[in-house]
Design a binder for this molecule. Structure first.
Ligand code: FES
Length: 91
């Protein structure tokens, strides 16, 4: 899955990493938006065997978007703001 930005393209840029690869995001993005807009494709593998997951509810309820952030542990990507320098791994 890839998200496409349709508006707010002028917000300040930030840089974070996913699996050690630098990605660019915009200040105010959630991690889910930042990662999927950068082409991450998915956020985690399903523990139930039905393939990669990229979020579902987008409001912190389904637990389908877990990622791991250095220094923060496991967080919901849809409910966590992206920040400059974050080091993110798929959950
Ligand atoms: S997408 Fe459902 S909790 Fe994040």
């Amino acid at each position: 899955m890839k998200l496409v930005r349709l508006r707010d393209a002028s917000r300040p840029r930030i840089t974070l990493t996913l699996e050690g690869q630098a990605i660019e995001a915009q200040q105010g993005d959630t991690l889910l938006t930042a990662l999927l807009a950068a082409g991450a494709g998915h956020l985690r593998e399903s523990e139930f065997g039905d393939g990669p997951r990229a979020g579902f509810c987008l409001m912190g309820a389904c637990q389908d978007c877990w990622v791991v952030v250095e220094g923060m542990g496991r967080v919901r990507a849809c409910a966590t703001l992206a920040a400059q320098g974050m080091e993110v791994r798929r959950g």
